[in-house]
Design a protein around this ligand. Structure first.
Ligand code: DOR
Ligand code: ZN
Length: 356
């Protein structure tokens, strides 16, 4: 890694948590990610979700068909865990290299999670297989119990479900995705090296006040929902700490404007346009730019046991204003748009180039 006042070069990063969607949105959002990131773990919560190996193979082909030719980008595919997904499928998918990981959504915890797992206890035999074959288990860590306050759902999930799961299956490699609380930071820090956590740019930049600034701001609504300031501070410390259990996962989750603004607005923040610059800003503010490369490009591959990327990316210090809209074309003249994270704001760093 090389850092000067004007330029940063670092080993090419990977995005360990990404939503690419399908159809026109997929076509529009793949390039901004593939420009910067060499690989990305692609989430399976499409509608309908990716629940068979054939679904995975077909989705991967659709992704590959829209990757710009000049970019090297590998989608790492995941399968969506349901109450009755057969362990045999997981075995076959992992041994054949079709799936990289399996994603656990508690049923109705977030976008397109209705077919998720209704009770973790019911699929303990599947966890046995997951542990036995060494398949990474990626977890959306929130309870769905309506009696639990929405801001407490991650902390309660850790106590009620994650801790018992890890006690029972201490050798499963688990990623607690998009952590949002000091509770999660502490839990992951105090666990063994088989538990990791991804941290998004948005949870490092905003606290829950952002959602309620002079009205309701659905652009800042995501799940798990952003929390109080002290949680954000804890996440910033964790991300910049140099501890290998915390690594980059953007959770970039595009929703067309109409869906964000509807009476039941969708959860998700689209940050793929400038995710790496957004992280760089946080690391610089924390005086930890020298730790950005480990967080973005080394701790993830080390956790998953895959090679580090060989290429590099560079960013230059140059103020950029993030666009207000990102267009998704339906036809040549007809488009809808997604509002990107940091819309209308200035970022200090600007992605320059990738060399493979
Ligand atoms: O905010 C979120 N959006 N959180 C998730 O867990 C899912 C994601 C999406 O798919 O939109
Ligand atoms: Zn996600």
């Amino acid at each position: 890694m090389q850092i000067s006042q004007e330029k940063i070069s670092l080993r090419q990063p990977d995005d360990w948590h990404l939503h690419l969607r399908d159809g026109g949105v997929l076509k529009a959002v793949v390039a901004p990610t593939a420009r910067v990131f060499r690989r990305a773990v692609v989430m399976p919560n499409l509608q309908p979700p990716i629940t068979s190996l054939q679904d995975v193979v077909d989705y991967r082909k659709r992704i590959e068909s829209v990757i710009p030719k000049e970019l090297a980008f590998t989608p790492l595919m995941t399968l969506y865990l349901t109450d009755n997904l057969s362990p045999e499928i997981l075995k076959e998918g992992y041994s054949e290299g079709i799936i990289f990981a399996v994603k656990l959504y508690p049923a109705n915890s977030t976008t397109n999670s209705a077919s998720g797992v209704s009770d973790l206890e019911n699929i303990y035999s599947t966890f046995e297989t997951i542990e036995e074959i060494g398949l990474p288990l990626l977890i959306h860590g929130e309870v769905t119990d309506p009696d639990v306050d929405v801001f407490d759902r991650e902390a309660v999930f850790i106590d009620r479900h994650l801790d018992p799961l890890l006690q029972r299956f201490p050798n499963i490699r688990v990623v607690l995705e998009h952590i949002t609380t000091d509770n999660a930071v502490q839990y992951v820090q105090s666990s063994n090296s088989k538990l990791g956590a991804t941290i998004t740019p948005h949870h490092l930049h905003i606290n829950r006040n952002a959602m309620f600034l002079n009205g309701f701001r659905s652009d800042f609504y995501c799940l798990p929902v952003v929390k109080r300031e002290h949680h954000r501070i804890s996440l910033r410390r964790a991300a910049t700490s140099g501890q290998p259990c915390f690594f980059l996962g953007t959770d970039s989750a595009p929703h067309l404007r109409g869906f964000k603004e509807s009476a039941c607005g969708c959860a998700g923040i689209f940050n793929a346009l400038n995710a790496i610059e957004s992280y760089a800003q946080v690391f610089e503010e924390e005086g930890a730019l020298d730790r950005l490369e480990a967080f973005s490009s080394e701790f993830g591959p080390a956790f998953y046991g895959v090679p580090f990327n060989k290429g590099t990316i560079s960013m230059v210090r140059s103020s950029q204003t993030v666009p207000e809209k990102f267009n998704v074309y339906k036809t040549e003249n007809e488009f809808e748009y997604v509002v990107p994270f940091h819309a209308g704001e200035q970022l200090n760093w600007c992605f320059e180039s990738t060399s493979y």
